[in-house]
Design a protein around this ligand. Structure first.
Ligand code: KMH
Ligand code: ZN
Length: 279
C-alpha cells in the first residue's frame, strides 16, 4: 500500500476573512501557508484566490501570478479550483485552465450547496474534461454525491481518460445538500469507486466542518488519501478555532503515520497522478 497523499485546501470561496482572520487571502499569506503545509506533509494545494477586498475571484492575471508564486516557493502540486464560488460564470471557470496549473478540479454534477446551487451541467463537465486533456492538465474529479460516480463512469466511457490516463477523485462530504460526512458514506463511495471507475483509480476524501475527523479516519481505513484545510473546516475541535492550515495538515500527517501510510512527498504524488512533469 502506498503512502498518503495529503492535499491542503487553504482558502476556498466561502469562508469570510473578517470572521476568520487566520484565513490566507493575500498572495503572501497563501504562499506562506503553502510553505508551512508542505513542511507538515502536504503534497498538493487546492487553490481558490481572493481579491483585494478578500472576496472570491477568478481573475486570470491573479491566478497566473499565484501559480508562479507557488511554484517558486514550493514543490507542491498546484491544483486550481474550477468550481470557484456558486456565483461564478461557466466561461470564467473554464478560463482558469489558461493559468496552466498542474491539476484542476472538475465537479461531476450539480448539487445544492447550502442556500445556493453549485451548477455543473453535463455539457460544461464535458468541456472542462476535454479542455484539460488538450492542455495536459490533470483533473481531480470532485464527487459531492453518490450519483457523481456513475456520471464519471459515463464521462470516461464516452470521452476517454484524462491526460496521464490515471483517474483521481475526491469525495467532498458533509456539504449541506450533498452526501453526508460519516464513515458509512465514505465506505459507500469507496465501494462505488471499485464498482464504477477504472482499476487503479485513487481517491481522497474531505469532510466539511465537524465531519472532518470521521471522514479522515474512514478514508485512511479504506486505503484512501486525505484533503484538509480551512476551505472545509475552521474549527479544530469543539469551540476551538483553527489557528492555521498547518495545524490541520499536521493532524492529518499524524493520522497517516498512525495508519502506517506516511505522507508522500510531492515528487511521489506527481508520479502517482501522472502529471506532465513526473519523472
Ligand atoms: N466553492 C464551491 C462552490 C471546487 O473547488 O472545485 C465549489 C468548490 C469545488 O469549492
Ligand atoms: Zn474548492
Amino acid at each position: 500500500m502506498s503512502g498518503t497523499l495529503i492535499t491542503v485546501a487553504p482558502t476556498g470561496a466561502e469562508v469570510d476573512k473578517e470572521q476568520v482572520p487566520a484565513l490566507p487571502t493575500t498572495l503572501e499569506e497563501l504562499v506562506s501557508a503553502a510553505i508551512e503545509c508542505e513542511r507538515a506533509g502536504a503534497a498538493m494545494v487546492h487553490v481558490h484566490i481572493r481579491d483585494d477586498a478578500s472576496g472570491p475571484t477568478l481573475d486570470l492575471g491573479r491566478l497566473r501570478d499565484t501559480v508562479a508564486a507557488l511554484r517558486e516557493s514550493t514543490n507542491l502540486v498546484v491544483q486550481l479550483s474550477t468550481g470557484g464560488a456558486v456565483t461564478d460564470a461557466e466561461g470564467d471557470r473554464l478560463a482558469v485552465l489558461e493559468a496552466a496549473p498542474d491539476m484542476a478540479s472538475c465537479t461531476m454534477g450539480t448539487v445544492n450547496f447550502g442556500d445556493g446551487v453549485f451548477m455543473n451541467r453535463w455539457e460544461f463537465i464535458v468541456e472542462l474534461h476535454e479542455r484539460m486533456r488538450d492542455r495536459a492538465v490533470v483533473p481531480e474529479y470532485e464527487l459531492f454525491d453518490l450519483g457523481h460516480l456513475p456520471s464519471l463512469e459515463r464521462l470516461l466511457e464516452r470521452h476517454g481518460l484524462p491526460f496521464g490516463a490515471h483517474v483521481h477523485v475526491d469525495f467532498v462530504l458533509g456539504v449541506p445538500g450533498g452526501a453526508a460526512g460519516d464513515a458509512a458514506t465514505v465506505t459507500a463511495f469507496a465501494e462505488a469507486v471499485r464498482r464504477y471507475l477504472p482499476e487503479g483509480t485513487t481517491f481522497s476524501a474531505t469532510g466539511i466542518g465537524r465531519t472532518t475527523l470521521p471522514v479522515m479516519l474512514a478514508s485512511l481505513a479504506h486505503g484512501g488519501h486525505l484533503r484538509v484545510g480551512m476551505e472545509d473546516t475552521v474549527s479544530f475541535a469543539r469551540r476551538t478555532p483553527v489557528t492555521g492550515n498547518g495545524q490541520l495538515v499536521r493532524r492529518a500527517a499524524e493520522a497517516a503515520e498512525l495508519a502506517q501510510r506516511p505522507p508522500m512527498a510531492a515528487a511521489e504524488a506527481r508520479r502517482l497522478l501522472g502529471l506532465r512533469d513526473a519523472d
